[in-house]
Design a protein around this ligand. Structure first.
Ligand code: HEC
Length: 111
């Protein structure tokens, strides 16, 4: 019986980690819809009213284009936390894990 214990602990840890990552992915959608969708659109293709207001090229607000999806998670985390031109910086209000969850959500929108 004693031998079963380590397995059980590993199983519990795996469930724990899995539920955490799922929670962050779920959170990623919530945060995206709240903070990012106004400019980038709920579907990630960009909000055309914002394109006019910000006077930017529509492709800049489109997060489902190759230019965005081909970037690594590290590059995207850096852009989202530090900001870029008219893109606000979110490093102060969002943790890296939350930004990762948002990126998971953006990548899932492209499928
Ligand atoms: C006020 C409007 C606005 C909001 C809100 C906003 N963004 Fe942006 N975002 C922009 C603009 C404008 C750019 C283009 C910046 C540039 O390249 O000049 C951009 C660029 C990006 C890029 C880079 C795309 C690429 O191809 O390099 C990512 C990723 C991104 N935004 C993610 C997010 C996320 C995630 C959020 C929410 C946490 C968010 N944005 C909120 C306006 C916004």
């Amino acid at each position: 019986m004693k031998r079963e214990k380590p397995k059980l602990i590993i199983l519990c840890l795996m469930i724990f980690i899995l539920s955490f990552s799922l929670a962050y992915a779920e959170n990623g959608k919530k945060i995206y819809d709240k903070k990012c969708a106004s400019c980038h659109g709920k579907d990630g293709k960009g909000n055309s009213a914002m394109v006019k207001m910000l006077k930017v090229d529509a492709s800049l607000l489109d997060l489902l284009d190759k230019a965005t999806l081909d970037k690594s998670d590290e590059e995207l985390i850096s852009i989202i936390s530090k900001g870029m031109n008219k893109m606000p910086a979110y490093g102060k209000e969002l943790k890296d894990e939350e930004i990762k969850g948002i990126i998971t959500h953006i990548r899932s929108l492209s499928k």
